[in-house]
Design a protein around this ligand. Structure first.
Ligand SMILES: Cc1cc2nc3c(=O)[nH]c(=O)nc-3n(C[C@H](O)[C@H](O)[C@H](O)COP(=O)(O)OP(=O)(O)OC[C@H]3O[C@@H](n4cnc5c(N)ncnc54)[C@H](O)[C@@H]3O)c2cc1C
Length: 446
């Protein structure tokens, strides 16, 4: 294979290594920079590339789950990270978990021994200008991007770069009790865009009592308690007074309950996550409660007793761009098309999702250099659902996301009928993998 010049990749984490592998496998020369071991982010500690900073699990490997499907799609595209996981896997039931040291070693060796990849261990403090030898840069410096690099990116993105995420839970519409929950927008006579869960005084008081006593995820040493006022965790709001939530995200005024004709004592509003209204977001409910406590306490909310959560709430230190403002679907920056983003900095969340965005950036980078058309993955695939989330979400509401079926378009039978819930995951996976195969053929041919 002739090696063509070249892509500079900054950040040798999951996304950077996957991007390097994809580009190099397509005959592109890659220079991959990582600041380790000279400098470490607060969460990294070993010299190897592709370090897993926390859990050693890539979550479910069951294809009928969204994250299982994404992994299968990545295998179809010969993901290096998926091969490394297969080589270094440890038993973990239905999850895919790895021996983290062997995993990182495997990937580091692949990077260091690839004839088209040069690994350079140094911190890059500025996004490079495009040059003849390195016409393209992929930035994959992750959620804990070093400060000078974050500043350099901010010069391009302006205000559309965030340093913390504030994620509210998402519930599946099917699991909500519509005899209790009612549709209404505040002070609006029309049918209303929101679903509202009404709480009486006793229910509210029980709810805040449990919330105050609930287990929270401890802050990491580098996660100073520095929240933006606009996205305070609900438990922090509660510390300010027992009515703070009732005057904030649980404000009931202008939302009369049709069963009583009066405003309830407090309300939790649910906003559509997608046009199909298959999933709803708990408005203003970002939280640092542990996942098990979120499930227990949020199921105390009237109408949410059986709630099924597609995603739970969280708040992390996280450097990410507002994709819908700054990214093209190719993952190029709109303002500097010689730069692609990859990994968690694009606004996805999680090891698998970050890797997936590295994989796409690597493919797209190679295609750009080879003057080939960028082909966006079909929206019914997990890849396509993530790209759509990054580029088509309403910018004001944009927050990072794991892959979940709430990001996919709704599915129906060929006759346009609803598919029973227990079969939806499997059918989605079959359709997505079929569509991905045909996308892959297009990539190979065009
Ligand atoms: C503390 C923490 C815990 C997490 N735990 C999990 C978890 O358990 N499960 C999960 O699915 N996701 C988790 N995530 C989310 C996320 O998926 C991972 O951080 C993932 O590793 C992101 O992949 P990435 O390739 O985008 O970035 P990273 O894997 O972080 O890679 C970025 C690389 O860039 C390098 N770098 C940074 N700045 C520079 C620079 N200026 N010059 C050169 N190199 C640079 C770093 O050394 C690093 O190697 C966690 C995130 C954090 C911050």
């Amino acid at each position: 294979m002739t090696i063509q010049p070249g892509i500079t990749i900054i950040g040798g984490g999951l996304a950077g290594c996957e991007a390097a592998w994809q580009a190099a496998s397509r005959g592109i020369s890659v220079t991959l920079f990582d600041m380790k071991p000279h400098s470490f982010s607060p969460a990294h500690s070993t010299p190897d590339l592709a370090e897993l900073v926390c859990s050693n699990s890539f979550r479910s490997d069951d294809c009928s789950s969204a994250v299982g499907l994404l992994k299968e799609e990545m295998r179809t595209l010969h993901s290096l990270i998926m091969s490394a996981a297969a080589e270094t896997k440890v038993p973990a039931g239905k999850a895919l978990a790895v021996d983290r040291h062997r995993f990182a070693r495997f990937i580091t060796e692949k990077m260091e021994s690839h004839p088209a990849i040069t690994v350079s261990r140094r911190e890059i403090t500025e996004i490079p200008a495009a040059s003849v030898d390195h016409p393209l840069t992929i930035l994959a410096t992750g959620p804990l991007t070093s400060d000078p690099m974050a500043k350099s990116l901010q010069h391009i993105t302006g205000e559309h770069l965030a340093f913390y995420d504030a994620i509210a839970p998402i519930v599946s519409a099917d699991s909500l009790d519509r005899d209790i929950i009612y549709q209404a927008s505040r002070y609006d006579d029309g049918p209303g865009d929101y679903l509202n869960c009404p709480l009486g005084e006793t229910e509210y008081k029980n709810f805040i009592k449990e919330l105050a006593a609930a287990d929270k995820v401890p802050l990491k040493s580098f996660e100073k308690q520095k929240y933006f006022e606009g996205c305070l965790p609900i438990e922090v709001m509660l510390e300010r007074g027992e009515d703070t939530l009732r005057f904030g995200p649980m404000k009931p005024v202008g939302l009369p309950d049709p069963r009583t004709g009066r405003d309830p004592y407090a309300v939790i509003q649910l906003r559509k996550e997608n046009i199909a209204a298959s999933h709803y977001n708990m408005v203003g409910f970002q939280t640092k409660l542990t996942y098990s406590e979120q499930k227990r306490i949020f199921r105390m909310i009237p109408g949410m007793e059986q709630a099924e959560f597609e995603r739970l709430g969280s708040i992390h230190r996280n450097t990410f761009v507002c994709g819908p403002e700054v990214l093209l679907a190719s993952l190029q920056l709109k303002k500097r098309q010689d730069i692609l983003l990859a990994g968690q900095i694009t606004g996805v969340e999680g090891y698998v999702e970050s890797t997936a965005m590295g994989l796409l950036a690597g493919i797209n980078g190679a295609r750009l250099l080879q003057d080939k058309k960028i082909i966006i993955p079909p929206e019914i695939t997990a890849f396509g659902a993530l790209v759509r989330h990054l580029t088509e979400t309403e910018p004001k509401r944009f927050q990072p996301s794991n892959i979940n079926f709430g990001l996919f378009p709704p599915i129906k039978t060929k006759e346009g009928k609803k598919i029973p819930k227990r079969m939806r995951g499997t059918i989605r996976a079959e359709r997505a993998l079929e569509a991905l195969q045909s996308w892959k053929r297009d990539l190979d041919e065009k």
